[in-house]
Design a protein around this ligand. Structure first.
Ligand code: PRX
Length: 665
């Protein structure tokens, strides 16, 4: 123990020295061996944007019919890509590799939470996907029907997604950490015809029933005609006659021959719900060809991928867009070997990630800053106990990374020999848009880097004029890109209003604040709307507020994101109770539990502050800026526009009282 403490102290000193370094060029020897060692791709795309993407499309994918036209801008912002093209995503992810004799190659090293291991080859995955596609068809599901998927990180998850893609049925995956209420809501919005779920899920040695909990909520949802159930934990569940089918039995009974549907480029591939600035989640719609070109292109060049020698691990959950794009579609389209890990990063112990890196000789690791900060907190002894010499490239995604975490990642995990790519993108963008090409550009800790080839990112003021270097403004994208969302499912108006109303129909409003430095590097500062980013998970303040006020004792709530060292932001709820009710620790626990049930555990407020009243403008709008000042202990900004400025004094008094009494909020 003593040596660990000493080591950690030495590490602290070394990191403090590294904080002085602003730029990290590609490590020794990396540039020479990199797929891309210069900015020629950027130049190509600037010269001829459509020609550039047309070449990528031809190189990266196999088509039934080649596209006739690369980009149709005639009905902006409803852009179309690769019109006239016909293809199938599952064919591109599986068949073509098997046909080329690579069927025995491992697609996924699956690692279960209790240490179980399964190596799934391309041929095996292909067979299961074809069979499950037939099972879907046998239940009357076909082109255009939406299929919900609510599964933890089990091998059946990619099988289900690719089977949907094979028959042209858009999937809508709900992250396993979301509650059954959230599943129901998403199934209802998307009018899903089937749901694929599981008997139970495992988490840190415990098992929780899933199917039965979901059933309670689905009971009266008539659109769901079939529920496929994966048997994983043996917790047992009710099976409803005529509707419910065991996943394994369905595969077993299905034929292995299943021709992939030839689909139009713009055929919907999936809908993924994400949080916006209202309580209603947004169904982000991605289509087939543009999305696949975008993910395959970025995966190959940003991660400098060598499918023959790399073992790639994206440690996200498939239920988020990162998992859709960079666990399932891109690695398979590129014929890579990846790791899928079912469990938590600290079970059975805090070195499990590093054990996995050592075990599978992982060469590329892609994770979120919040995970890196958690590892930092646990101490360098955990990674130090394993051989991480196989690693050659590291990536981060989901939130800004603070330089100290970047340097820790670089030094402790990467052994100072691995470039780090900080990748900026969103559920809506489908794939990475801003980062550094690891063999061609230097990295600056804390900056995501520059726009990728063909991407036109700018930082503008409220009027849409570009601001000067180093000035803060709104991040916008001034050109379409292949993997962009096509609309919000069944809500074209909200799509236009959210992204293309502010600055016109050719400028995509990102929703992030940013600044650009003199080298053209972008520094992302966080969201400008009412979206909170907790551990890289995107949550809507409105959605959490609506869950809080649905508690019978709560009269009104305002939720804000408060700075947090580990999770980036933490949820803080100001709560006004009904009548004369008084706040208490029990009530805090009750409200937190209530939110967990309505949305997810990750949406539980970390802190609840009881408020007699909330600060509102004369027109009744809650002033969250002031609440953020209070929560973070800052001096209050301008309070003159408040209807009742005394509200703030009362609130400040409460927070101080709480801190003085030593109570953890
Ligand atoms: O605020 C940005 C932040 O995450 C938001 C998108 O969240 P989501 O749609 O859930 O997708 C996350 C994974 C792609 C963005 O608007 N964000 C994402 N990547 C970065 C980031 N902020 C800073 N740096 C990043 N690399």
């Amino acid at each position: 123990m003593a040596t660990h403490v000493a080591d950690n102290e030495r590490l602290e000193r070394e990191l403090a020295q590294l904080m002085e370094v602003e730029k990290f060029p590609p490590p020794e020897g990396f540039r020479e061996r990199a797929l891309i060692g210069d900015l020629s791709l950027h130049a190509d795309a600037e010269r001829d944007l459509e020609g550039f993407w047309a070449r990528q499309a031809a190189e990266l994918l196999d088509w039934n019919d080649e596209p006739e036209r690369t980009l149709d801008e005639s009905n902006a912002p409803f852009y179309k890509w690769f019109e006239g093209g016909r293809l199938n995503a599952s064919y591109n992810c599986l068949d073509r590799h098997v046909e080329a004799g690579r069927g025995d190659k491992v697609a996924f090293h699956w690692r279960g939470e209790e240490g179980e291991e399964r190596d799934i080859t391309y041929a095996e995955l292909h067979r299961d996907v074809k069979r499950f596609a037939n099972a879907l068809r046998a239940r009357g599901i076909g082109k255009g029907d939406v299929v919900g998927i609510y599964l933890p990180m089990v091998p059946e998850l990619p099988v289900a997604m690719l089977a949907c893609a094979r028959i042209g049925a858009p999937h809508t995956v709900v992250f396993g950490g979301f509650s059954p209420d959230a599943v129901r809501e998403r199934m209802e919005f998307s009018d899903a015809k089937a749901l694929v779920t599981i008997d139970g899920a495992r988490r840190k040695g415990k098992t929780a029933p899933i199917k039965d909990a979901v059933d309670e909520k689905l009971a009266d949802l008539s659109s769901i005609e079939t529920v496929f159930v994966v048997e994983h934990t043996g917790v047992g569940c009710e099976m409803r006659d005529g509707r419910d089918v065991w996943f394994a039995a369905a595969i077993e009974a299905a034929d292995e021959d299943c021709e992939p549907e030839e689909l139009d480029s713009e055929h919907p591939l999936f809908v993924l719900y994400t949080s916006g600035s209202t309580a209603k989640p947004k169904g982000v719609l991605h289509t087939t060809a543009g999305y696949l070109v975008g993910v395959a292109f970025t995966h190959r060049y940003v991660f400098d991928l060598r499918p023959d020698s790399d073992v790639y691990w994206c440690a996200a959950d498939v239920g988020w867009v990162t998992g859709h794009s960079y666990i399932v579609y891109a690695p398979l389209a590129n014929g890579a070997t990846s790791v899928i890990y079912e469990g938590a990063p600290d079970y059975p112990d805090k070195d499990i990630w590093w054990e996995i890196v050592e075990r599978y000789r992982v060469t590329i690791l892609y994770t979120a800053p919040t995970a890196i900060r958690a590892c930092m907190k646990w101490g360098a002894e955990y990674p130090a106990a394993h051989d991480l010499s196989s690693l050659r490239l590291l990536g981060t995604v989901g939130e800004p990374i603070n330089p100290k975490a970047w340097l820790w990642y670089h030094k402790v995990v990467g052994g100072e020999r691995c470039p780090i790519v900080d990748t900026w993108w969103q559920t809506e963008t489908g794939h990475i848009l801003i980062t550094t090409l690891p063999g061609a550009q230097e990295a600056k800790p804390g900056s995501a880097g520059t726009p990728l080839p063909g991407i036109a990112a700018a930082v503008v003021d409220e009027e849409g004029n570009e601001v000067a270097d180093d000035e803060q403004g709104l991040l916008v994208l001034r050109r379409p890109w292949p993997g962009m969302l096509r609309t919000l499912y069944k809500d074209d108006d909200r799509f236009v209003e959210t992204y293309y109303e502010r600055f016109g129909k050719t400028t995509y409003l990102v929703g992030d604040a940013a600044r650009k430095d003199a080298d053209g590097y972008l520094w992302i500062l966080g969201r400008v709307d009412d979206v909170i980013n907790v551990s890289g998970h995107r949550l809507s303040t409105a959605e959490i507020e609506s869950a809080c006020v649905s508690h019978p004792k709560v009269a009104e709530t305002a939720v804000i994101g408060q700075h947090d060292e580990t999770t980036g932001q933490a949820i803080c709820a100001f709560v006004t109770l009904e009548g004369d009710l008084e706040g208490s620790d029990e009530l805090t626990a009750e409200i937190r539990e209530h939110v967990a049930k309505r949305i997810s555990k990750i949406a539980r407020p970390q802190r609840i502050i009881w408020a007699g009243d909330l600060p509102k403008t004369r027109s009744g709008k809650i002033m969250r800026r002031l609440l953020r000042d209070i929560a973070e202990g800052r001096e209050l900004g301008d309070v003159t526009t408040l209807r009742d400025p005394t509200v703030m004094q009362q609130l400040e008094g409460k927070v101080h009282e709480r801190q003085a009494s030593g109570g953890g909020d």
